[in-house]
Write a protein that binds this ligand. Structure first.
Ligand code: GLC
Length: 481
């Protein structure tokens, strides 16, 4: 199949979250399986050396009312053996960041990604890559299925092209005033209430869910949750209307980046057979985070600081938890209020709790390698990747029973034999605290069981190969529509 993969971030180029990891690993696996791919990405000025990439096209958006404002260039790069086309537009993408600065979204994000979605389809025609499948990801590229079914409805070029939409995070929908869509007047003036939000706004994700030929969430449980009032982020009815075309495909883990035996980001390597160096990673982690170097249980957490990640379940119980002989290391950036609360608590417990407001890839790897447990108390979690990385490093995940966390971790209380971690259920601080205390007792009293769980965890593999097979099945069923 010829697959056009549209994404707003791509690992090695630019990353703010898990989407970037998936956008790298899935296309590489599909290409490895013999499909022909192109990846398209905005040419953000954050991308290293973007300006030295060769220019392969200079175009301007057709049918737009004011064409001189939307001339654009296409630059070419590579990811493995896949060609990556980057859409360059000085005004839209030459900014300090991808979507926001100082936690405030750029006010014209709707316009920027409407432009990107339209520019991608025009580019592939010009460079003559006629896709069988256009694979869109999240709201940023969710207008593309609609363009295929409206603007390009009678285009000969796309007559055999089908679209699929992957929902990595349904809480972000891209809801924008119609005026932001001035360059796509058909969408701007649409009265289709399946894609609007109130009268004044267009909801990009709704457009994707309504028009894509097939839709998937990044885990089976999240796909199910999306169809419920509680888990659908206000779009349960939209997902319900597409229930026959909606499935869940759990992400894989990219073991070329996350394998403790060859990980370039950590100095001491280990594997299931030789785990001795894991404790060296732990001591190094304690050293570089300025914690006392000793044998207390270390809990790690790496996440965006948003409500989604369950920080509000952790904060109320932190003081209680830190009464015990434990260490907790949390890194991540996000909501300023959460950052300042966490900073304050960490100053009160300097020998037990380290909070760093940053995302540092090396440190993230060392936390996965050196911690004993990894915390993910998410309120919702479409898939989650860190728990898979944790498994690979024998760092037992402590997670809430939602979405992909529920699908990838085997709870000690439910299946002792095969357990790989611990799960709590209610989205309540006390449920988390109870679970943490239970894990502490487990750590202190059952070292052999702990070792057995580590071995279980390190044995589990979430290979991209299996997920890619499921994506192929989804693509084929889209083609049959
Ligand atoms: C989003 C989700 C996360 C998922 C990732 C990749 O970041 O929040 O759960 O793992 O996308 O699909």
């Amino acid at each position: 199949m010829r697959i056009l993969f549209l994404t707003s971030e791509l690992f090695h180029f630019v990353k703010t979250g898990g989407l970037a990891d998936v956008a790298k690993a899935l296309p590489l696996e599909l290409s490895h399986r013999g499909h022909e791919l192109r990846i398209m990405l905005p040419c953000y000025s954050k991308i290293n050396n973007w300006s030295s990439l060769p220019i392969v096209a200079e175009l301007s958006l057709d049918n737009a009312p004011n064409s001189d404002r939307i001339s654009f260039r296409v630059r070419e790069s590579r990811l493995g053996n896949i060609t990556v086309w980057l859409i360059e537009h000085e005004y839209y993408f030459n900014r300090n960041n991808l979507y926001a600065e100082n936690n405030v979204a750029y006010p014209d994000n709707g316009e920027r990604f409407a432009f990107f979605s339209a520019a991608c389809l025009q580019t592939v025609q010009h460079l003559d890559f006629r896709p069988d499948i256009v694979h869109c990801n999240d709201w940023h590229t969710a207008l593309t299925p609609m363009l295929l079914k409206t603007k390009y409805r009678s285009s000969e070029y796309f007559s055999n092209t089908k679209s699929v939409l992957t929902v990595h995070n349904g809480a972000f929908q891209g809801i924008f005033d119609r005026s932001q869509l001035w360059m796509l007047p058909d969408i701007a003036h649409s009265n289709n209430d399946n894609i609007t939000h109130g009268y004044a706004n267009i909801n990009y994700l709704k457009a994707g869910v309504f028009y894509a030929d097939k839709i998937n969430a990044v885990s089976p449980s999240y796909a199910e949750e999306l169809t419920t009032f509680l888990g659908g982020h206000g779009m349960a009815q939209n997902y319900m209307a597409r229930i026959n075309d909606l499935c869940g495909i759990v992400n894989g883990c990219d073991y070329s980046d996350w394998d403790p035996l060859v990980d370039k980001n950590i100095p001491f390597h280990f594997s299931i057979e030789h785990q001795g160096n894991k404790s060296l990673c732990k001591y190094l982690l304690q050293e570089i985070t300025s914690l006392p170097i000793c044998d207390v249980p270390v809990f790690g957490m790496v996440c965006r600081l948003t409500a989604q990640k369950g920080i509000n379940l952790l904060i109320p119980i932190l003081n209680d938890f830190l009464q015990h002989r434990v260490q907790l290391i949390l890194i991540g950036t996000g909501e300023p209020e959460l950052e300042s609360t966490l900073t304050k608590i960490s100053q009160e417990h300097p020998d037990k709790f380290v909070f760093k407001s940053l995302y540092d890839n090396d440190l993230a790897h060392l936390i996965e390698a050196g911690a004993d447990f990894f915390l993910m108390p998410s309120l919702f979690e479409p898939c989650g990747l860190n728990q898979m990385y944790s498994l690979a490093y024998g760092t037992l995940p402590i997670v809430r029973a939602v979405g992909g966390l529920k699908d990838t971790i085997i709870h000690y209380d439910e299946d002792r034999e095969n357990a790989t971690g611990f799960i709590f259920f209610e989205p309540e601080p006390n449920a988390l605290l109870t679970c943490l205390r239970r894990v502490l007792i487990f750590y202190l009293q059952e070292p052999e069981e702990l070792q057995r769980l580590r071995d279980n965890a390190m044995r589990i593999r979430y290979e991209w190969k299996n997920s890619a097979e499921e994506y192929e099945i989804m693509y084929y069923s889209a083609l049959q529509k």
